[in-house]
Design a protein around this ligand. Structure first.
Ligand code: DHB
Length: 367
């Protein structure tokens, strides 16, 4: 049984990130929800780093033995998952209200909720808390159980979706004196662009002309032109790093943003969530098939390694590519030196590439 707080329309319209690691793509195809992803996703074998008037390509494929990323919006992944669930006939309730958990310590947790005006109670074997950072699941764990670690950033991202063919074949990550900019895409007709802005920035102060002017100056490169188009979505994403562990309390298992948040630079959020639920699904299958709880018992620890790798990678990409308004010239020079090293040393570029395309989603053995 899946309980979703929002409406189907909301879930299918919400714009999120758009880069799938090789392992995420493989898992979605294996799970039978990869048809549209294979038909419409754009496979990228490289990214560009732009800084100090230079542009350098990091050859992801060549540096990782042929692993690549697929540009396919999280919104599209969500649509595909909802459609597959609807086809399966298994229950998926939208607009579930007042969801509460009880008894996760025991062997029959109870999930209560309201739907279409009526109160309901579910008696579950297990509860998967996939309800995001602000969801009810993590908050249901009694005080003193979870350890948490976090870091804030003195900036946010302003993102726009623009109906114009991307001005680049591959993503461009730019560090500029005025701040970070990213040129991404959703299709051959739709561009997705981001700008570093102040954390308390108001959308009203960013009319389209200002967004384009700022993108033009931060992404500028000799002989290259940014194509502009109609903006259909504009939003501000706060930046936060956060980890809670263990990702399990009794019969409740946390996955994705319910347990951890990364800043968006490097697009790890969705990929980490897919890795969590892949590990959890295998552990649950194993438990029902063999009665062994080894997979469930090892779930949190298994996920934590990848979680912390993504934490470090996302933090590193973020501090290297953004201009911290409180930082001095020394910090700026360190970031430029790091970018120069990455774009001149195969060893350094390989570090970026293998993290970017993602660690292999390892399988739990049934032993
Ligand atoms: C996108 C988002 C990211 O955070 C990123 O690193 C690359 C691309 C995107 O939304 O397309």
């Amino acid at each position: 049984m899946i309980l979703e707080a929002r409406s189907r329309e909301y879930c299918e319209a919400r714009v999120r990130a758009g880069v799938l690691e090789q392992g995420t793509r493989d898992v979605l195809i294996e799970a039978g929800v990869g048809d549209r992803l294979q038909a419409e996703g754009l496979v990228h074998g490289g990214i560009h780093l732009r800084f100090a008037g230079e542009d350098h390509r990091i050859a992801l494929g060549e540096l990782t033995g042929g692993r690549t990323v697929t540009v396919y919006g999280q919104t599209e992944v969500v649509k595909d998952l909802i459609a597959a669930r609807a086809d399966s006939g298994a229950p998926l309730l939208f607009e579930a209200e007042d969801v509460e958990l009880a008894g996760v310590d025991g062997d029959r947790p109870v999930v209560s909720y309201r739907h279409a005006g009526a109160a309901h109670e579910l008696r579950a074997d297990l509860v998967a808390g996939c309800d995001g950072f602000h969801g009810v699941c993590r908050r249901s764990i009694p005080a003193g159980i979870l350890s948490t670690w976090e870091r804030g950033y003195p900036f946010a991202w302003l993102g726009v979706l623009a109906h114009v063919a991307p001005s680049t074949d591959e993503l461009i990550y730019a560090r500029h004196d005025r701040g970070f900019a990213l040129h991404s895409m959703r299709s051959t007709e739709v561009s997705r662009l981001y700008l570093q802005v102040a954390p308390d920035e108001e959308l009203d102060s960013w009319p389209d002309e200002r967004v384009w002017a700022e993108l033009r100056s931060r992404l500028a490169y000799d002989g290259w032109t940014l194509q502009e188009g109609a903006v259909s979505e504009k939003s501000i994403t706060p930046m936060r790093s956060f980890v809670a562990a263990p990702m399990r309390h009794g019969r409740l298992f946390l996955a994705g943003d319910a347990a951890h948040i990364v800043p968006p630079t490097g697009a790890k959020g969705l990929n980490l969530a897919v890795a969590d639920v892949t590990a959890l699904a295998e552990a649950i299958e194993d438990w029902y098939a063999t009665g062994s709880a080894a997979g469930l018992d090892g779930y949190s620890e298994r996920c934590q390694r990848r979680v912390w790798r993504a934490q470090q990678f996302s933090w590193w990409m973020t501090q290297m590519l953004h201009v911290d308004p409180g930082d001095d010239e020394y910090g700026h020079q360190l970031a430029l030196s790091q970018l120069r090293y990455l774009t001149s040393s195969t060893a350094a570029a390989t570090t970026l590439a293998e993290n970017y395309v993602g660690l292999t989603v390892s399988r739990v053995s049934a032993t």
